[in-house]
Design a protein around this ligand. Structure first.
Ligand code: K7E
Ligand code: CUA
Length: 655
């Protein structure tokens, strides 16, 4: 969304002021202050010891991670590291998790995460996994909602700017990835000016197994437009996927002008069921690709990274009747499908109107071959024939839409800074509420499913300004919680978010809470270098590598006195937490380590590497206040000179 910020910030202030003159806004401002405010407070108040009603998984944008919030309180419950190293837990620093950040470009310690989506069964969120895309070095991650840890990351080859991702079909058959920046496919050295007609926009369909494992099934070789956002069909339109495009001009420079020439870009309608059949019958062509597939195994507590080298390319024109373009005005951004699957909305970010297509009309138009032309061999449907309706004058700069399951839709308007409620079918605007300020995405728990839980809506706002105590030039972004159970939306709460929240996914706590793991069982620990009891602890030398098999339990390390290590050694501390109680992690940190601490959950084994540079006696300690004697949870490593003869010796209380 940074792109909009830049383009639109010039007009932002004046437009915002115009918007603020609106009567509706004034009255709502009044209703959220004074006497009404105490009522709002009650409705978001979660008493000490009580739990929230919903989980909200909010993307961390340029933090690369995913944050977990409770709704309605807006309390942040956890930050889950996904695409970025996370010193708090050692994710991406520990030997076990470093492979998660491996890519065909090598180890990448950072990512830009945008759109989380929760797995579904029969069109309902099922609470098994959250998927989230990485925009910069295209990847999709899968996070377990039993452990709230990232279990799998797959890189998307031949893609650039993985933005129209990671949305799932209604039985989690597929999660998709689409390229926002068209690129040579496959990549090659060529003049940039020759982009037009030569760059491509591959759309990747990743099959998800019953165990959650992802596998690239096929890659659709699409024209070189920018594929911005996407949504799966549901109900009758299950089997289709819809992608908004912009820059159908195929401009390679000064896109803020050159990619806004066409009055209409497209929504690409992809019949993935048809392509799946085609592929299952041997269709498509295997081409070379290079991409990492990283999997974390909860029994070994260890990730592995495998380099893959083939992908199946499908030319949509060879499948027949599989892909169509629906003209959609003004560089559409959001692409949203209502819970019934009949309506497909595309929000032209430079317009005031919203365009909604009808799935059944689209099918009619396809049957009637009601085309107005073609783009690179793909039929372009007649705009008037697929149009279901237009929401007129909703606001300025529409971006994203969610649904409440009661026949209403809610669209964010970035420039006029508001959330607008409108009715599906009649297209009338029912309500509008200001957002503070410049809202991007919004989220209703289950809003991407057949059965939204339409009680609350959160807006995720790009600009914070005066909403909180100032914290210097850099402010956290802000979310706002609205009650949408009544006819009018009511603003209840502001809360800060972390990174840049592009999108979020929400679900009833009941669907997740009962499955949440409390400990890792020691008797299931298959880590290759675990010490499952203090009797197993030891030190082993292998050339310059020294392996320390260590355990933690309240409140000591075993061993806690280590000798025989030399300058120039590489020391691997394999630390197993022997605790089997909920919420008793131990930490491990050692002076001069060039990485991070480890935070080890009960029953888990993690490894940190330490390269001692100086002779001496160096302490290590537990970083997590685990007991009354936490401060005593420490030990010493003696480091001798390169050529010393001090033998390896490890002890605890002299033994
Ligand atoms: Cu509109 Cu990346 Cu979904 Cu930001 S994107 S808002
Ligand atoms: Cu273990 Cu503090």
């Amino acid at each position: 969304m940074k792109h909009f910020k830049f383009i639109l910030s010039i007009t932002f202030l004046s437009l915002l002021m115009v918007g603020c003159g609106d009567d509706d806004r004034k009255s709502s401002n009044r209703s959220s202050s004074g006497a009404m405010a105490s009522n709002a407070a009650e409705r978001v108040y979660v008493a000490p010891g009580e739990h929230d009603e919903f989980y909200a998984f909010i993307s961390g944008g340029y933090s690369g991670n995913l944050t977990v919030y409770g709704l309605p309180s807006g309390r942040m419950l956890k930050e889950i590291p996904v695409f970025s190293q996370f010193p708090t837990s050692g994710y991406g620093y520990s030997e076990e998790t470093r492979p998660m950040l491996n890519t065909s470009f090598g180890f990448i310690p950072w990512g830009d995460s945008h759109h989380p989506d929760i797995s579904q069964t029969n069109g309902d969120t099922d609470g098994r996994w959250v998927f989230i895309n990485e925009n910069n070095t295209p990847r999709i991650a899968r996070i377990s909602l039993e452990t709230f840890e990232t279990e799998e990351i797959i890189e998307i080859p031949h893609s650039a700017g993985n933005h129209s991702s990671s949305f799932v079909t209604e039985n989690t058959e597929y999660v998709v990835a689409g390229t926002r920046f068209s690129v040579p496919y496959p990549q090659k050295d060529m003049p940039i000016e020759e982009m037009k007609g030569n760059f491509k926009g591959p759309l990747t369909f990743i099959a998800v197994g019953d165990d959650g494992r992802m596998k690239i099934d096929f890659q659709l070789d699409m024209p070189g437009f920018n594929y911005d956002l996407s949504h799966p069909g549901r109900g009758d339109s299950h089997g289709w996927f819809f992608f908004t495009t912009y820059n159908t001009e195929e401009a390679h420079t000064m896109q803020e002008v050159n990619a806004s020439q066409n009055d209409k870009d497209f929504i690409a309608a992809v019949n993935w069921k048809k392509i799946q059949e085609y592929v299952q019958n041997g269709g498509g062509e295997e081409i070379d690709a290079e991409y990492a597939h990283n999997v974390y195994d909860h029994s070994t507590h260890t990730a592995t990274s495998t380099m893959m080298n083939k992908v199946l390319r499908v030319d949509p024109r060879e499948v027949g009747d599989a892909v169509f373009f629906m003209p959609t005005p003004k560089s559409p951004h959001g692409c949203d499908v209502d819970p019934s699957g009949e309506y497909i909305g595309g929000n032209g970010k430079l317009s005031t109107d919203l365009t909604v297509h009808s799935f059944s009309k689209m099918i009619q138009a396809i049957e009637n071959e009601d085309f107005t032309g073609e783009a690179y061999g793909i039929p372009v449907l007649n705009f008037d024939s697929t149009l279901a309706g237009t929401v007129k004058e909703g606001g300025l700069g529409p971006l994203h839409t969610e649904f409440d399951g009661k026949g209403n839709a809610y669209t964010t308007f970035f420039i006029s800074s508001e959330v607008v409620k409108w009715k599906l079918g009649t297209w009338e605007v029912l309500d509008r509420q200001p957002s503070y300020y410049s809202v991007g995405h919004l989220m209703i728990p289950g809003g991407n499913s057949r059965n939204p839980e339409g009680k609350y809506l959160i807006s995720m706002n790009k600009i914070t300004k005066d909403r909180y105590l100032p914290t210097g030039p850099e402010l956290e972004h802000s979310a706002q919680l609205y009650d949408i159970s009544g006819e009018k939306m009511e603003l209840l709460l502001d809360f800060p978010t972390h990174g840049e929240p592009h999108y979020a996914a929400g679900i009833s706590a009941d669907k997740v809470k009962p499955n949440s793991k409390k400990i890792y069982r020691l008797d299931e620990n298959k880590h290759a270098r675990a010490a499952l009891s203090e009797a197993d602890t030891r030190m082993e030398r292998d050339g310059n590598n020294v392996h320390v098999y260590m355990t933690t339990v309240r409140s000591h390390f075993a061993p806690d006195n280590l000798e025989g290590i030399k300058v120039g050694d590489k020391v691997f501390f394999h630390v197993t937490n022997l605790e089997q109680d909920f919420d008793v992690p131990h930490g491990f940190a050692i002076i001069g380590a060039n990485n991070s601490e480890l935070l080890i959950m009960p029953g888990q084994t993690k490894t940190t590497t330490w390269e001692p540079k100086k002779e001496g006696v160096w302490p290590f300690y537990c970083t997590d206040f685990c007991s009354a004697l936490h401060q005593e949870m420490q030990g010493y490593v003696r480091v001798s000179g390169k050529n010393s003869n001090v033998p390896l010796r490890w002890t605890l209380d002299g033994e």
